[in-house]
Every structure is written in structure tokens, then in C-alpha cells.
Design a protein around this ligand. Structure first.
Ligand code: HEC
Length: 142
């Protein structure tokens, strides 16, 4: 084999390897703007989002943060573990109804949230999903 042929074969191999690493590394879509991982969250009903905001601030923000990014006593709801494929809407309903034993973090247990009607949870979830959709997700563990 000619030397140029060998070099050409080696170069082709390098190019293929780089392409495989860059494009084949992750099956999750990457947001080119800020590098966070995004999922296919549909645009939420704007009315539900608007109505969900004050309810989220009243019932959830003290632990999960006014901006959803967590506090000293609760995790960020923008953590990638709270994306719909891992925590579907039902998980949010159950969390509020029954509370959550600590298992992903060291903040302690989430207590059940009393006096929260199903219709209010629907609004709160729309508010949270809309933020997740727009802002993307943070890595877990942070
Ligand atoms: C008193 C603090 C507190 C309040 C108020 C609170 N949470 Fe939580 N929540 C937590 C903590 C702490 C965790 C993390 C538990 C763990 O380690 O996985 C959590 C976890 C969750 C989870 C993950 C559930 C799971 O299955 O892992 C969801 C969803 C959630 N909260 C939603 C809400 C919503 C919605 C509200 C308002 C209706 C709310 N939380 C109010 C403290 C709170």
C-alpha cells in the first residue's frame, strides 16, 4: 500500500471517530443556547400558567424557590430528574397529596400540602412545565 493511502485511511478513521463522539454521544436534545437538556414539553395553556403562578408561589415556592431553582430546604424543580419522562404530572399530584420521603436529595421529606384542590394542582403543574419548557433543565446531581 502507498504511504498516502495509509495516511488517507487513518485520517478517515479519525474523522469518523470525531463525528461519532460529537453527534452520537447523547440521545437527549441539547439546547444550543445554554447547554441545558430539553425535552419535548408542549406549550402550556396560557390561562392555566397565569393562574398557576400565584398558587405555586403560595404552596411550593417556600421550598422550591420563587424561580423554581430551589432553596436551602428544597430542590430545584428545574433539575433534569423532574422532566416529564422521569416525573410525569401524576408524580406531582402524588407529591402534593401524600408528601415525598427524601430519596433524591438531603433536604428531608416533603410534607403533604393540605387544602390543594386537583384543579389548583393542574394549574401549578402547567406553570412548572411552562418554566421547564422555556428554561430547560439543570444537571443532576447539580
Ligand atoms: C416544606 C417544603 C416543601 C414544599 C412546601 C413543597 N415541596 Fe416539593 N419537595 C420538597 C423536598 C425536600 C423534596 C425532595 C425529596 C427528595 O429528596 O426526593 C420535594 C420533592 C418534590 C417532587 C418530586 C417528587 C418525587 O416523586 O420524587 C415534586 C414533584 C414536588 N416536590 C413538587 C412540589 C409542588 C408542586 C409543591 C407545591 C404544591 C411542593 N413540592 C411543595 C419540599 C417541599
Amino acid at each position: 500500500m502507498k504511504r498516502t493511502t495509509v495516511i488517507a485511511i487513518v485520517l478517515a478513521g479519525v474523522v469518523i471517530a470525531v463525528v461519532a463522539i460529537v453527534f452520537g454521544g447523547s440521545s437527549m436534545p441539547r439546547d444550543p443556547m445554554n447547554g441545558t437538556t430539553r425535552f419535548d414539553i408542549p406549550t402550556q395553556d396560557p390561562m392555566l400558567v397565569v393562574e398557576g403562578e400565584p398558587r405555586y408561589q403560595a404552596y411550593c415556592a417556600s421550598c422550591h424557590g420563587t424561580d423554581l431553582r430551589g432553596t436551602a430546604v428544597g430542590p430545584s424543580l428545574l433539575s433534569v430528574i423532574y422532566q416529564p419522562g422521569h416525573h410525569p404530572d401524576d408524580a406531582y399530584v402524588l407529591a402534593a397529596a401524600r408528601g415525598v420521603p427524601a430519596h433524591h436529595w438531603n433536604f428531608g421529606d416533603m410534607p403533604p400540602i393540605p387544602n390543594l384542590a386537583q384543579a389548583d394542582m393542574t394549574r401549578i403543574i402547567a406553570f412548572i412545565r411552562e418554566h421547564q419548557r422555556i428554561q430547560g433543565f439543570e444537571a443532576y446531581p447539580p
